[in-house]
Design a protein. Sequence first.
Length: 80
Amino acid sequence: MTAPPSHADSVPIVTASNGQPFMPCDAVLTLLRAVAESCRNLSDDPDCDLHSAGAAIDIEADALEARAIAATTGGTHHAR
């Protein structure tokens, strides 16, 4: 089984006026389409199931969370 490509690195994150991380609507749409694409790719692999899809989504969420933290603190943080 090959790992799905990481999409979280390509999602733009900016800091809103209140200091919180913000993703523009088009970035959210891109992220959701990437999740759908990953699920479709995993559905064609007989060794994958919904647990695999969930794990892939968790990896993307962790990467996105780390980028959001780094964007608001100015540092580099690693996902859990």
